[in-house]
Design a protein around this ligand. Structure first.
Ligand code: OTD
Ligand code: ZN
Ligand code: ZN
Length: 346
């Protein structure tokens, strides 16, 4: 059996820089036409000039002839200025501004400490420029249980934010809870949407501990209970336009994950489309896959849908145990496991 769909885009991707960028960019480009590229480099991409330079280095890391189009983002800080938002819009290559609450995830230490106190004029400029705010939606208060941080963020930041700036376009990235599903469903279509990763559709928090500690299933926001996974599966397979593909593929070298203080981040880009197809097939909703992977994202961002196609074939294949590079190895999500769907052409 084959399934041909409009080529997907990845609306949440970490491409890194230097060696890692050269290692992973071809993987994304072999499946996806475009990607929203996260700005959490060291140092972070906080200006339009840096985003333009980063985009050039991504283009250089692609295989020759690739038509992959990196859509850039700015990393919001307490000191980002409204004029930087104007520059971002004028550049034609910046598609969103990323809010990392300071300390919430990998390389977020330069993020925002007080959104309402420090960033209001920037957010108002974003409304004027129709520039979406892309949100890592977790509070960072160490007293809040790590499994509750998304829910508390919705109550204490997102709900007040949409009250104050109802015209701001917001993408709640990598949602992990039933609470996030309900929140996004309750908001106005076209203003609030969410990306969903393969791991949050396929795994629950048991996967972190099954048969021993599983560092390659560790990401932030951390996996949640089964009832949350089920709510997210229901949301994406319902046909709602508010949910779309964002892998959050976040490569780290194997030795940096298999260690004390192991890094958060799951590498999924080479297998992500197969995994999404698995989710939709298991729900009897393969007819809804294309809207999730290829229509809802561009429609929300106001860019044309792709005209290119990809074909998925139902032909079992084994996910590599790891990818080897001169500098080290990267272990993908579902390493060594057999998947039913494979991407056969573009
Ligand atoms: N989560 N790791 C990373 C980013 C994401 O919050 C995220 O978007 C990373 O390594 O950049 C992770 O676990
Ligand atoms: Zn995040
Ligand atoms: Zn991410």
């Amino acid at each position: 059996m084959e399934l041909t769909i409009t080529q997907p885009d990845d609306w949440h991707l970490h491409l890194r820089d230097s060696d890692l960028l050269h290692a992973v960019a071809p993987h994304s480009a072999s499946t996806f036409r475009r990607a929203i590229v996260m700005p959490n480099l060291k140092p972070p991409i906080t200006t339009t000039a840096a985003a333009i330079a980063y985009r050039e280095s991504i283009l250089k890391a692609l295989p020759s002839g690739s038509s992959f189009d990196p859509l850039m983002t700015l990393y919001l800080t307490d000191t980002t200025s409204p004029s930087e938002i104007k520059l971002a819009r004028q550049s034609g290559v910046v598609y969103g501004v990323k809010l990392y609450p300071a300390g919430a995830t990998t390389n977020s230490q330069d993020g925002v400490t007080d959104l309402f106190g420090k960033c209001l004029s920037v957010l108002e400029e974003m409304v004027r420029q129709n520039m979406p705010l892309l949100v890592h939606g977790e509070v960072t208060d160490p007293d809040v249980d790590i499994f509750d941080r998304e829910k508390v963020f919705i109550e204490t930041v997102l709900e007040p934010l949409i009250q104050q700036l109802p015209q701001l376009k917001i993408v709640m990235e990598h949602i992990t809870t039933m609470d996030a599903v309900k929140f996004v469903e309750s908001c106005k279509e076209g203003f609030v949407a969410a990306t969903v990763t393969p791991q949050h559709l396929l795994l629950n928090r048991n996967s972190l501990f099954q048969g021993g500690l599983q560092p390659h299933n560790y990401c932030l926001p951390v996996l949640k209970r089964e009832m949350h996974r089920e709510a997210i599966v229901q949301a994406v397979t319902s046909g709602s336009k508010k949910f779309f593909l964002g892998t959050d593929s976040a490569p780290h070298e194997r030795r940096r994950k298999e260690s004390s203080n192991g890094c958060a981040g799951i590498y999924s880009s080479p297998i992500a489309l197969s995994l999404y197809a698995k989710v939709f097939e298991e729900e009897g909703a393969l007819d809804k896959l294309e809207a999730f992977t290829s229509f809802n994202g561009p429609d929300f961002y106001g860019v044309p849908r792709n005209s290119s196609k990809v074909t998925l074939k139902r032909d079992p294949w084994k996910v590599p145990e790891l990818f080897s590079f001169s500098f080290g190895e990267i272990v993908p999500l579902f390493a060594g496991r057999t998947l039913q769907w494979q991407v056969v052409s573009d």
